[in-house]
Design a protein around this ligand. Structure first.
Ligand code: DX5
Ligand code: ZN
Length: 242
């Protein structure tokens, strides 16, 4: 499992120090929430901030685009330093085209689905993405309650991906993730967990990371996780932690 802390809950007055503290604690991924005030009822930040963070950090930048027609901005976010760009299926009429365009930029491509969105599209898009992001809250804000229906959705997504050439596609879960539900999420098949409010504000970060890992340490890796561990192309910039 890789924990990808969501910057939205970090101390915005001291971002460079926050990134340094994450790296020192053994964190390898950083989740960056981009909101446009249209797809979701909130506005965050854009490529200039990403670029500033890039120059201060070697973390794998996992960029969650909660914006309408994301194809308009993928070039800007890639140039600013994104390692993975995740678009919402609900925000783009031509998802397969945009995923392909993201990969053509030399970037990992991810597809996000809101809690109420059906996952059958994964059958047709399994080969076009490196990661699927299953939202476990309705996007827009950190600090919302986790939706338990997510466990079943993870299992269904894994089955559909594996049956359609997407065995190497990572499953990420975002929203209301905490140390208490982490073992169940990993057991269901989640490989990348995003956490905002349950991670930031709980220093020291090495200790907080250990709290997330506590319930899953020692569990044997399943064959597909072993396969993922070997997928250097996906994990170049991050390492599996268990
Ligand atoms: C929600 C964002 C999440 C959020 C997670 O729209 O996509 O990444 O910051 O925050 P928590 O972990 O507090 O739900
Ligand atoms: Zn997010």
């Amino acid at each position: 499992m890789i924990l990808s802390p969501s910057l939205l809950s970090a101390d915005f007055g001291h971002l460079a120090e926050e990134l340094a503290a994450l790296e020192a604690a053994g964190i390898t991924w950083l989740h960056l929430d981009i909101m446009d005030g249209a797809f979701v009822p909130n506005i965050t930040f854009g490529p200039p901030l990403l670029q500033a963070l890039r120059s201060a950090s070697k973390l794998f930048f996992d960029v969650h685009l909660m914006i309408e027609e994301p194809a308009r901005y993928i070039g800007d976010f890639r140039a600013a330093g994104a390692d993975m760009l995740v678009i919402h299926v609900e925000a783009d009429r031509h998802v397969q085209r945009t995923l392909t365009a993201i990969r053509a930029l030399g970037c990992k491509a991810g597809l996000a689905l809101n809690p109420g969105t059906d996952i059958s599209c994964l059958r047709w898009l399994a080969r076009d993405m490196d990661m699927v992001l299953l939202m476990s809250v309705n996007p827009g804000f950190s600090g919302q309650a986790f939706l338990p229906i997510t466990y079943e959705k993870i299992r269904d997504a894994r089955r559909i991906l594996d049956a359609n050439g997407g065995e190497g596609v990572l499953i990420q879960v975002d929203g209301g993730v905490c140390p208490e539900n982490t073992p169940l999420l990993v057991e269901a098949g989640a490989q990348i967990l995003v956490s905002g409010s349950a991670f930031f504000g709980h220093k020291p970060y090495a200790q907080r990371l250990a709290a997330f890992m506590a319930g899953i340490n020692g569990r044997a890796l399943r064959p597909e996780e072993e396969a993922l561990r070997r997928r250097k192309d996906i994990l170049d910039n991050g390492t599996l932690l268990c």
